[in-house]
Design a binder for this molecule. Sequence first.
Ligand code: BDP
Length: 714
Amino acid sequence: MKSFKFLSLFIIAILSFLLCNAEDGYDLWLRYVPIENAQLLSSYQSKLQSVAVTGNSSTCNVIKDEIAKGFSGLLKLDIEVSDTWDKQSILIGTSATSTEISQLNITNDLSNEGYVISTQEINNTKSIVIAAKTDVGTLYGTFHFLKLLQTNQSIDNLNIVENPKTTHRLLNHWDNLDRTVERGYAGFSIWDWHKLPDYIDPRYKDYARANASIGINGSVVSNVNSNALILTPQYLNKLNGLAKVFRPYGIKVYLTARFSAPIEIGGLKTADPLNREVQQWWQSKVDEIYSIIPDFGGFLVKANSEGQPGPQDYDRSHADGANMLAKAVGKYGGVIMWRAFVYSHEVPDDRAKQAYAEFKPLDDEFMDNVFVQTKNGAIDFQPREPFHPLFGALKKTPIMMEFQITQEYLGCATHLVYLAPLYKEVLDADTYAKGKGSTVSKVIDGSLYNHKYSGMAGVSNIGNDRNWTGHPFAQSNWYAFGRLAWNPELTSEKIADEWLRMTFTNNSTFIQTVKPLMLNSRESTVNYMTPLGLHHQMAWDHHWGPGPWVNIGRPDWTSKYYHRADSLGIGFDRSSTGSNATEQYFPEVRDRFNNVETCPEEFLLWFHHLPWDYKMKSGNSLWNELCEKYYQGAADVQQMQRDWDSIEALVDEEQYDHVKQLLAIQVNEAIWWRNSMLLYFQQYSKLPIPEKYEKPTKSLEYYQNLKFHFVPGI
Ligand code: BDP
């Protein structure tokens, strides 16, 4: 009996040990676990005995907390953080809060959010100085310093200078007030509007910490398909609850503005932007917002797009609408992000051309505090799109990049797809707007046309799932977005490296195995979904899984509109013999895309309709090349699975198992995509899938008849 009791206690002790150590992903990349390498740990410990954080703002308190948390977790050091410098190993502050820093003269060339991390001699004592012009700059520097420890870097002779390349680095939450998230795959909205502002969920603070750690400085908390209620006093007070939590972290809150709000909540008969009463309504609404939240960031607006109200309802232009709001927020330093995602099924022209046609002529008309916020490509966040022709074409108006972080078109939250390569492909693309080297990065960081404002927005993949993003690797896309918004020149490889080390382990076998897996994952996804420039082939409405047969509703929401497969061939002719969308690019790019010989093969069917036997560079026929891409994509996921299996011993069991199960889903879904697409196109090509490949065991009809209920994100 006694030994049974002892055994049970022993088992309980072991189980609780295991449970306490299991990781659920909540800590993201701010996972401050002890440095694994014992030698390095003791070297850090001996060099980092004490810290001074000068200044007493709420941001300085946040820095003190973060240092304490980081040091006790990473270095097992419970240090006292002092307010003034007295030979501590680290000195953190600004010229205003520390005379030592002011005497060092190291912050002069920094922007307001930039920072320096540098090893200095102060009064004959060597100290690491983290200095900035503002407290938020020092917070960013503090996170950077902790990252050096997390990623096991040397902390000797430091000389790091960082300035963000853009002024506005924002997450866009497509979150509804009822807590559903449009195109969200990680649970419900993290904003608990019902309990705000009285109950402050601890998640809000962790959200702000995570964002600040990657330099995100703004959050649009409401859906672009907006509800005017968010502008009512009740909700503005709730919003203030969030604003208070975010402020110390340098994060401003923004809202989406429903264009018809003056009618819906203001009792007016019109929302015409040239009507004086409407203008006054918006001005007093904005005054009210700023009286509650003095650092409110501004509005994001989806107007006259997919059924949303807008200025065109009154025969006014997008500029008229944007300027009315810009005027209202302008006196407070707010901005308007007016979305270029507009297209209409009543316009007979190619959907890919419509945003350019609408906005290019308005370039001279927008007020200074208006951004035109543009998706990376001209259709809609597809696995691969050529860059949007508006980049570089708008000269006077700052253009804000909009990337999608949530994986609406990339396997929702079950596919491991690292998106930095997608973002980078667009950022590095050369628009030739001012000759060679006029990259999209230079357009959006404001340097090409010398804009005061510059920025990047990412449609968030965050929900109330315990690990925030559903798929553990989807966290890397949030991370990568933030890092690239700060500096679009960073490489996908560097970002993946940092993220893996911080999120999982610095073990070199792990990094060498999983980094290439991440880096290749996007290309594999393109291959099993929409290779060679195909696009918009997803299932109807919920967009999960393949749907090349979708042929209902308005034409520009069907798959046929985009693939145009027939007995002669496949692809959308956007060259000068077709819709002439190529004409919207600068001549060098236009000519390259327009000519089938020079068009990159990855965009071939985006710009050209080609016969099934068209000869590809590989020597394959187009049909065989398509088969090859699809089979390659699906085979790659099986390889990802094997690679992940091989690192089992190196990572936390719960995290390992979570990813393993999702990869098994991804393998099945990659095969589902491959088979559906090839069987569907085969009806037109009438050509066999090459012998060397395993044949689909199910029929096209089987795939077409699959029905799914309650797919998340609608
Ligand atoms: C599409 C989404 C839709 C969004 C729209 C947008 O399917 O839910 O409202 O983009 O960006 O991709 O406004």
